[in-house]
Write a protein that binds this ligand. Structure first.
Ligand SMILES: *Cc1c(COP(=O)(O)O)cnc(C)c1O
Length: 366
């Protein structure tokens, strides 16, 4: 049987390049707490994304929780159930109530036309998700947020390097959260960041991610610990050097998949949005009226040791941990439900060979 193909495979610099990057840590003995690697990565990301303020975190999830705390959000937050567990859990863990807005069936992001109907006097923010690197309707969301005085935090975990008319996903909303988890297009093993326009936020975020400690004898906030260490930052520094090349390789895979699978009845692909430069983060396919169901395609691939992923399924408003809680009901987000039941993300990473893409497509089409 052929070798297992997983849904993703982390990109890594050469062993030598990484060792070279971490070498001076042995003389500095500075392993965490905003060391030189941390600072170098922050400025590298600022430059790469063309964004004024970057704060690094242990992971994307804690970045999200910390910005919710930094903005002191309360009450209801409008969000999407078509996302990773993190988005909804962060809202709940911060003591707020998620209010689920349905998605649009074209790019799977929050349907901006359905937001206003969910706003009431308890609403404090909107947390949309740039799903698969597809950008939300940022213009419309900004307009609504301004009209009602709401904060907007983008879960941009999928959108590192994505731009619209040259503007980075980092620059939309009051803040954008990126995840640098090992499975993401750009990673630091584990890690994450917040990007934001208001410079005055950075002091507060830096305190919050370090137990709320501001100075040796000054603790103004109840904070946790969410600092990125120097080894993770070093991995990021190396990976950032190769990112453009990685994205180009992903684009080749993307184009080959698209060539093989487009125009097939019952198969819907995710095309790159107009005016958007993609980072080719995922290859989602919606099987809707195809000769095989999504679950059948999943099993056919699994029989050949090819591991695709039902992503995002289940919807977060269908999670067991929220069962029976008011407002957690996927029947109220029917478009999201329809897509979650039919979507499969295919194996996709920079080093996936064209032969493997062909093998995967042959099984799907066979
Ligand atoms: C990966 C991911 C996160 C969480 O990021 P971590 O760095 O793993 O904590 C949040 N939201 C979405 C949409 C993600 O894909």
């Amino acid at each position: 049987m052929s070798e297992t193909i997983n849904v993703t495979r982390s990109s890594m610099p050469s062993f030598e390049e990484y060792c070279n990057e971490i070498k001076d840590i042995w003389s500095s003995r500075w392993l965490t707490n905003m060391g030189t690697k941390h600072r170098a990565l922050e400025s590298g990301i600022k430059e790469y994304l063309g964004t004024p303020n970057v704060t690094l975190f242990t992971n994307g999830h804690l970045a999200l929780e910390n910005v919710i705390k930094a903005f002191d959000l309360k009450g209801e937050i409008i969000t999407t159930p078509f996302t990773f567990a993190s988005t909804t859990h962060a809202i709940v863990r911060c003591g707020c109530t998620p209010v689920f807005c349905d998605i649009n069936p074209v790019d799977y992001t929050m349907d901006a036309d359905k937001i206003e109907a969910l706003i009431n006097e308890h609403t404090s923010a909107i947390i949309p998700v740039h799903v698969y690197g597809n950008l939300c309707n940022v213009e419309k969301i900004e307009e609504i947020a301004k009209k009602y005085g709401l904060k907007v935090i983008y879960d941009a975990a999928h959108a590192f390097g994505v731009t619209k008319n040259g503007v980075s996903a980092a620059n939309f909303g009051d803040a954008a959260m990126f995840s640098f988890h090992a499975t993401k297009v750009f990673h630091t093993i584990e890690g994450g960041a917040l990007c934001y326009g208001d410079e005055s936020l950075s002091e507060r975020l830096n305190d919050l991610k370090n137990f709320g400690i501001h100075g040796p004898e000054e603790v103004p906030f109840v904070g946790g610990n969410a600092k990125m260490n120097e080894f993770c930052a070093s991995m990021g520094i190396c990976n950032l050097r190769h990112l453009d090349e990685e994205i180009e390789k992903r684009q080749k895979c993307f184009e080959h998949y698209t060539e093989r699978l487009s125009g097939v009845d019952g198969i819907r692909l995710n095309s790159v949005q107009q005016d958007v430069k993609s980072n080719y983060a995922y290859f989602p396919v919606v099987f809707d009226g195809y000769k095989y169901t999504r679950d059948q395609v999943y099993s056919r691939l699994a029989q050949q040791n090819i591991i695709a992923r039902k992503y995002f399924y289940p919807l977060t408003n269908d999670f067991d941990c929220y069962a029976g809680k008011p407002g957690f009901d996927s029947a109220k987000t029917p478009v999201a439900k329809h897509i979650a039941d039919r979507v499969l993300t295919l194996p996709f990473y920079a080093d996936l060979s064209i032969d493997d893409v062909d093998r995967i497509c042959d099984i799907i089409l066979g």
